[in-house]
Design a protein around this ligand. Sequence first.
Ligand code: 5GP
Length: 351
Amino acid sequence: MRIEEDLKLDFKDVLIRPKRSTLSTRKDVDISRSFKFKHSKEKFEGVPIVAANMDGVGTMDMARAFHKDGNGLSVALTKHYDKDVLVEFFKSKAAANAWYSIGTAERDLEKLQAVLKDLKKEVVTPINRICLDVANGYSQAFIDYVKTIRDLFPNCLLMAGNVVTGEMTEELILSGADIVKVGIGPGSVCTTRKMTGIGYPQLSAVIECADAAHGLGGHVCSDGGCTVPGDIAKAFGGGADFVMLGGMLSGHDESEMKVIEKDGEKFVEFYGMSSSTAMDKHSGGVANYRASEGKTVHVPYRGSVENTLQDVLGGLRSTCTYVGAKRLKELSKRTSFIRVSQQLNTVFGNG
Ligand code: 5GP
């Protein structure tokens, strides 16, 4: 047994110090990024915020809304759409902003190959972004699977995770991942920390994994734990190239969920993808050798995602203005984090 004494930080433990700036309005700030990736050589142009591959968030309606809005955000589709629905979707222009999500189950790869086969005839938007997602990216089997997917799809942009430490980030990049997804336990409907005791404070995970990835010409996506627009700015400030959002994008018209009325107020169901709700829905219940590591909540119904995006993108532009970053690319270089005391933290929370 060993105890690490180094300080590790979550988003709530810091604030960003304002800096002298020549920017007079947030209108002048460019929050899009352009990347070229290590293995696929694919290019990315747009706002590097990704809707998580969760029911109620990673939906086709969300991708259509982002496409219509022209905001450059993208959506990691939940992996539970049927093959024919996926084929139809990938024939549409809205798919330009979508990531095809898979896990390590054989049926996921079989479905992807079947979709690609059907699409060959009539493809409008090729599937060129894959999100390979498992709760625990630390197994040798997962590393081998990343290599397999890279070999099968050499030109596809591949995002893979989740991990929280530098050495595993390097391993995944060397195995073929263009982008490593970072985060174990910070999610709004995740109970991994409670159920297993495993986790890593998200801001430190991002800082350490970004450093490791950038050293190898790779990229990272901070996944989970953002509850307010300022958290997204902190993730980018810590070195994240992409930020993935679940809870912040739940509860909208685009969630493809029914709106529930309770005591005159409207709610939408939102659940973790390892919750018993998700497993009942997609896998016929929780297998007897495992426990659910996600919970189910009712989030307030918030209408169209457009309104939320205005807050998210406006907040990020404003952060850039406060630190004098004309482009999102400069934010990390211009970020100095200030640790906030526990007392301040409790009184003001994330507000
Ligand atoms: P949020 O933005 O809601 O804080 O976090 C979203 C992320 O939580 C997802 O992208 C995914 O990595 C993670 N997540 C989603 N469902 C579950 C779950 O049931 N259990 C765990 N441990 N993590 C989850």
